[in-house]
Design a protein around this ligand. Structure first.
Ligand SMILES: [Zn+2]
Length: 169
């Protein structure tokens, strides 16, 4: 059977990974948490780690960041930009959304494909690359209320909604 055909090389790599993961697990309150899967699901869908920490009785959000780094959850979360936008659009959870943030999120959502790539008419912008350039503070602000840094909106060319004149109000 396939299961028995593990090559020695992949065995070694697997063993090394298990050791470092084991060291992480020994010190991680998220790994030991009975609702670990729910915590991970909320992280991946861009819920604020500070709020997750509060809800699940964790000391602070650093526990979640450490866990996410050890388990490779950041990459999963970055591919899941649409979830963050959905959260903003639906005004889910404890997020307070301003009108302009909601409009920006809807525009962005319409332009982002399932791989998290921003699609413009004539060019493709890799949104993941832009998110990787964002600082933790910028990411938090974005996840919380949809605020994107100026350099980000300049790069992707966010414009007012079509057919709506600037300064019409
Ligand atoms: Zn952990």
């Amino acid at each position: 059977m396939m299961d028995n055909q593990i090559k020695p090389n992949s065995n070694n790599r697997r063993a090394r990974k298990t050791i470092s993961l084991g060291r992480h697990r020994a010190n991680c309150t998220v790994c030991a948490h009975e609702k670990r899967e729910e915590i991970e699901a909320e992280f991946i869908t861009w819920r604020s780690p500070a709020l997750i920490a509060t809800d699940y009785g964790l000391a602070d959000r650093m526990n979640i960041y450490r866990h996410a780094r050890a388990l490779g959850l950041f990459a999963k979360r970055e591919r899941n930009v649409r979830a963050a936008l959905e959260r903003i659009i639906e005004k889910a959870g404890d997020v307070e959304v301003t009108a302009s943030a909601a409009v920006a999120a809807i525009q962005a959502y319409a332009k982002i494909n399932a791989q998290g790539q921003w699609i413009e008419r004539s060019e493709h912008v890799n949104l993941n690359e832009l998110f990787e350039r964002m600082t933790q503070t910028e990411l938090e602000a974005y996840a919380r209320n949809g605020t994107l840094p100026d350099w980000f909106t300049q790069t992707v060319g966010v414009t007012p909604p079509q057919g709506q004149e600037v300064g019409s109000d």
